[in-house]
Design a protein around this ligand. Structure first.
Ligand SMILES: NC(=O)c1ccc[n+]([C@@H]2O[C@H](COP(=O)([O-])OP(=O)(O)OC[C@H]3O[C@@H](n4cnc5c(N)ncnc54)[C@H](O)[C@@H]3O)[C@@H](O)[C@H]2O)c1
Length: 331
C-alpha cells in the first residue's frame, strides 16, 4: 500500500482524498492546507492528521506520494512551491492541471522530477475512460488507417474572471491532452480568441493545429456554454474511417470508410461510468498502479512531461494571437 497525502483541501483536494481512501493500493495518511479550517475539516472527515504547511507535513509523516491540488492564479499559480518541496524531499507527485500557468516553472518542475528519478503525473483525467482506450486501440490496430484529421470541442460555463488567458490555460490542458493522446506531438499552432460581452477572459477560442505526423486538427473551446448539454466531443479521421467520442465517455462510434455498418459503444447503464467523478477514480488508480508496479518514471501516463507539452501548445496559441502567425510550441 502506498502512503499518500493530499495538499490543498478545496473542492478538488476533497475529490482526490476519498478516491485514495477507497483505492486498495493506497492509504491516505495526511491532509494539508495553509488555511487551517480547511485542513482541520478535511482531517476530521477522513480521520487523518491535518498539517498547515508542506514542510511540517514532510517532517512528520512518511509518504510515498502526494496529490497537489492547490490552485492560485489561473488555477495553476500555487502548484510550483508544494510540488518542488515534495520532489526535493523525494516524494512522487500527482499534480492538478494546469501543471502551472507559468511555463518556466512548469519546465523546472518536470526537470526536477527527472533529475530526482521520481514519478510525476498530472491529473489529465479526461483520457482515463474505457471508450478513449477503445478508440486508442482502434487507432493502434489501424482501423482508421493513416490518421489525417482531428476535431475537438471542449466547452463549459465558467463565469470566473481572473485574467485574459484563464480560459485557455486552465481548461485546455484537458482538450489538448486528448488531441495529443490520439495524434501525438504538435508542430504548429494558429489561434483566434474572443471574449463574451463584459468578460476579461478570452472565453472563446478556435485553434488550428498541425501535428508532427502531418495530422491537421482543430480545437473549439469556450467558457460560455452549459456543460450539462455537452462537455466535449472528439473526432479523429484517417484513410480508412473515423471515430467520434461524444461527451467524454457517453458514446463512441466507429464510421468505417468502406462500409455502412457502424460500431457504437454506449456507456452501459449496467457498470458504465457513473459520472464525471469516475474520471478521477480511474486516473488516480492508474497513477497508483504504475507506482506500485515500479514502471520507469518515463512511462507514467499523463506525465508531468505531457502536462508540460500541452502547456507549451497553449503558450504558442497565445503567442499566435499576438503575432497573427502560426507558432511552434516550446519557443
Ligand atoms: N482535473 C479536473 O477535472 C479538475 C476540475 C476542476 C479543477 N481542477 C484543478 O484543481 C485545482 C484545485 O482547484 P480547487 O477548485 O479545489 O481550488 P481551491 O482554491 O478551492 O483549493 C485550493 C486549496 O489549496 C490551498 N493551498 C494553496 N497553496 C497551498 C500550499 N502551499 N500548501 C497547502 N495548501 C495550499 C488553498 O488554501 C486552497 O484551500 C486547480 O488547479 C484546478 O485547475 C481540476
Amino acid at each position: 500500500m502506498l502512503r499518500v497525502a493530499v495538499i490543498g483541501m478545496g473542492n478538488i483536494g476533497n475529490t482526490h482524498a476519498p478516491v485514495y481512501q477507497q483505492d486498495p493500493l493506497a492509504e491516505l495518511v495526511a491532509v494539508c492546507d495553509i488555511i487551517k479550517e480547511r485542513a482541520d475539516k478535511a482531517a476530521a472527515r477522513y480521520g487523518v492528521p491535518a498539517f498547515y504547511s508542506v514542510d511540517e507535513m514532510l517532517r512528520a509523516v512518511e509518504l510515498d506520494a502526494v496529490s497537489v491540488t492547490t490552485a492560485g492564479t489561473e488555477n495553476g499559480g500555487d502548484h510550483y512551491e508544494p510540488t518542488m518541496q515534495c520532489l526535493d524531499a523525494g516524494i512522487n507527485v500527482l499534480g492538478e492541471k494546469p501543471i502551472s500557468n507559468d511555463i518556466v516553472k512548469a519546465r523546472q518542475m518536470v526537470a526536477k522530477a527527472e533529475e530526482k528519478g521520481l514519478y510525476y503525473g498530472i491529473n489529465l483525467n479526461h483520457r482515463f475512460v474505457p471508450p478513449a482506450a477503445k478508440a486508442k486501440q482502434w487507432v493502434t490496430e489501424g482501423k482508421l488507417g493513416d490518421l489525417l484529421l482531428i476535431n475537438m470541442t471542449m466547452w463549459i460555463g465558467n463565469p470566473n474572471e481572473t485574467s485574459p488567458w484563464f480560459h485557455i490555460r486552465a481548461l485546455h490542458p484537458h482538450s489538448l491532452d486528448i488531441m495529443r493522446y490520439f495524434c501525438g506531438d504538435v508542430k504548429r499552432v494558429h489561434a483566434f480568441f474572443n471574449r463574451a460581452p463584459g468578460r476579461i477572459t478570452y472565453s472563446n477560442v478556435q485553434v488550428n493545429l498541425e501535428f508532427e505526423n502531418g495530422v491537421v486538427g482543430h480545437l473549439t473551446g469556450s467558457y460560455d456554454t452549459n456543460p450539462r448539454h455537452n462537455l466535449e466531443r472528439c473526432e479523429v479521421m484517417g484513410t480508412e474511417g473515423r471515430f467520434v467520442l461524444d461527451n467524454l465517455y457517453e458514446e463512441l462510434t466507429l464510421y468505417p470508410r468502406r462500409s455502412d455498418e457502424l460500431t457504437v459503444i454506449r456507456n452501459s447503464i449496467m457498470g458504465g461510468l457513473s459520472g464525471f467523478g469516475a474520471t478521477f477514480t480511474n486516473r488516480i488508480h492508474r497513477w497508483l498502479e504504475q507506482i506500485h508496479a515500479e514502471v520507469d518514471p518515463s512511462e507514467i501516463e499523463a506525465s508531468g512531461k505531457e502536462g508540460l507539452a500541452v502547456q507549451e501548445i497553449i503558450e504558442a496559441a497565445i503567442r499566435s494571437h499576438e503575432s497573427g502567425q502560426a507558432e511552434a510550441p516550446g519557443n
